[in-house]
Design a protein around this ligand. Structure first.
Ligand code: XMP
Length: 319
């Protein structure tokens, strides 16, 4: 049995040995995993690490700014912030199939990476915050047939042409262990305790075509939902909570007017590792408060529903 303090030291030694004098480039997604991986690697090799934050415009409200300030100002880690929103939204235009969306985003990430890596004069290693569940789930679904359920862009699709070796210091860890390690490394609580956020971002929470307008609508609804969850003191009891913007419009009435707007689904689950999950049983008062706020405050949404599906048979994300 090892403690996280020991794990940290063992990994630091391993990273130093693997990397030597090499240069490492690490993609930050805004999530806990890549953040913890980056901070751990930075502790091991300092300025040999450059982080690249590919801002695909699919982040939650205010999230991109938080990532940049934490890494640059707090940790003094070399960080390249690439604003690639137009590029990603451009490529997502017309795509509706979940795997096509995931594959485009994963591929585009790699393309942006290659460009940024070239700009900084190349790197020998690519660091990723891959966790144990990512490793197995991208191979097969537990107990099921050997099929890919979802292509995780932070694991699959990394072409050999990048000519970089992988550094994946979190490969043996589950999410709860990553959080402990993050605390150990001094990451702020709001960052460490943060709900998981998928690499493809809001694109997989907007079934159907992703547009800037739909991202903005979803960001507003999601921020209201999370604010209410925090206010109610429920954030830490929930593994993941988020809003989904459906490609379905329904008829409603507001005052004397007919409305014909999008449906927003709210998702909240408890889990220990993301591989199985149960729905979070909010009380009806809470849900109706959130629904009322979203409908009143977010133009473009006139109906809110709650997702009652556990995993399995559902997955946590909708795509
Ligand atoms: P699912 O939807 O497969 O998600 O039940 C399980 C957990 O993984 C997260 N997730 C991802 N994380 N890249 C990531 O880094 C991805 O492509 C990805 N897809 C899903 C999801 O948010 C949940 O925590």
């Amino acid at each position: 049995d090892w403690t996280m303090a020991e794990f940290r030291q063992v990994k630091i030694a391993e990273i130093r040995e693997q990397v030597g004098d090499g240069r490492v480039i690490c993609g930050l997604s805004g999530g806990v995993d890549s953040a913890v991986a980056a901070v751990l690697i930075h502790e091991a090799i300092g300025d040999q690490l450059t982080c690249v934050f590919v801002d695909h415009g699919l982040m939650r409200l205010g999230e991109a700014e938080q990532v940049v300030s934490l890494f640059r100002e707090h940790y003094g880690i070399k960080l390249v912030h690439v604003n690639a929103e137009e590029r990603f939204l451009g490529g997502l235009a017309g795509l509706t199939d979940p795997e096509k969306k995931r594959k485009f985003i994963g591929g585009e990430f790699i393309a942006v990476f290659e460009e940024e890596a070239a700009k900084i004069g190349g790197a020998d290693f690519l660091a990723q915050g891959t966790l144990y569940p990512d490793v197995i789930e991208s191979v097969s679904f537990t107990g099921g047939p050997s099929v890919t359920i979802k292509s995780h862009h932070n694991v699959g699709g990394l072409p050999e042409r990048m000519n970089m070796k992988l550094v994946e210091p979190l490969r043996e860890l589950f999410k709860d262990e990553v959080r402990v390690l993050g605390k150990e490394l001094g990451l702020p609580d709001i960052f460490v305790g943060r709900h998981p956020f998928p690499g493809p971002g809001l694109a997989i929470r907007i079934p159907g075509e992703v547009t800037k307008e739909r991202c903005d609508i979803l960001r507003k609804a999601d921020a209201i939902y999370l604010e209410e969850i925090r206010t109610a003191g429920l954030y830490d009891a929930i593994w993941q909570a988020f809003a989904v913007l459906l490609p379905v419009r329904t008829v409603g009435v507001m005052g004397d007017y007919r409305t014909y707007d999008s449906v927003c689904a709210l998702r909240a689950v408890t889990s220990t590792d993301g591989m199985t999950a149960d729905i979070y049983p909010f009380d009806a008062t809470f849900l109706s408060r959130v629904a009322t706020r979203i409908i009143n405050e977010v133009k473009g949404i006139n109906r809110v529903v709650y997702d009652y599906t556990s995993k399995p048979p559902g997955t946590i994300e909708w795509e």
